[in-house]
Design a binder for this molecule. Structure first.
Ligand SMILES: CC(C)(COP(=O)(O)OP(=O)(O)OC[C@H]1O[C@@H](n2cnc3c(N)ncnc32)[C@H](O)[C@@H]1OP(=O)(O)O)[C@@H](O)C(=O)NCCC(=O)NCCS
Length: 155
């Protein structure tokens, strides 16, 4: 069974390995450790049989959360791991009085865009040339629970 819990320092080695396998400009081990040491961050891991399959990370400032990392190991994709992580970070956001979550995503990254859209994130703009390796624009996507509740009936 897949479960989602808070990331701890002992998880960072496994998390960094997924990060390095998935992204062209990966966060380092130290980057994750630094994030975990801050009070205004929420980092979660998804695991199954004690194996880490994915993670999500968010920086909180006042009532806004910025999601900085989302990844699932390639072998575990399309099994609901990403969905479980997003559901849990939404609950954590609410518990921490975060009213709005924002993230950037490569415009070509259909799997991630669909994951965010099915969880109520809306496409709110473009950052031109935001990414390197390869150079690409980013969509800015925003989630607000009040907007999700308002628009639910229209779908
Ligand atoms: C995006 C990512 C986290 C999705 O994780 P996942 O565990 O495979 O996602 P899930 O199995 O929970 O899928 C949930 C929903 O997301 C969407 N989705 C996920 N992968 C998809 C794909 N390859 N194509 C289309 N939709 C996809 C679907 O709506 C899916 O629901 P469904 O399976 O009922 O159709 C994963 O593909 C990943 O790690 N990608 C590389 C890292 C990355 O791009 N991170 C985002 C940076 S902004």
């Amino acid at each position: 069974m897949i479960s989602v819990r808070k990331m701890q320092a002992v998880d960072v080695e496994a998390v960094s390995q997924i990060e390095a396998a998935v992204f062209s400009q990966p966060w380092s081990v130290q980057g994750f450790l630094d994030a975990l040491s801050l009070e205004n961050t929420i980092f979660l891991v998804a695991e199954e049989n004690k194996k880490i399959l994915g993670y999500v990370g968010m920086y909180v400032s006042l009532d806004e959360g910025e999601i900085t990392n989302v990844a699932v190991t390639p072998e575990a994709r399309r099994r609901g791991v990403g969905q479980s992580l997003i559901e849990k970070i939404k609950k954590e956001a609410e518990a921490n009085s975060v009213l709005q979550m924002i993230l950037e995503v490569r415009v070509s990254n259909d799997p991630a865009i669909r994951l965010y859209q099915r969880n109520g994130f809306l496409n709110c703009g473009i950052r031109k040339g935001f990414y390197d390796f390869p150079k690409e624009d980013a969509y800015i996507m925003i989630y607000r629970k009040d907007v999700e509740l308002l628009t639910k009936d229209f779908h």
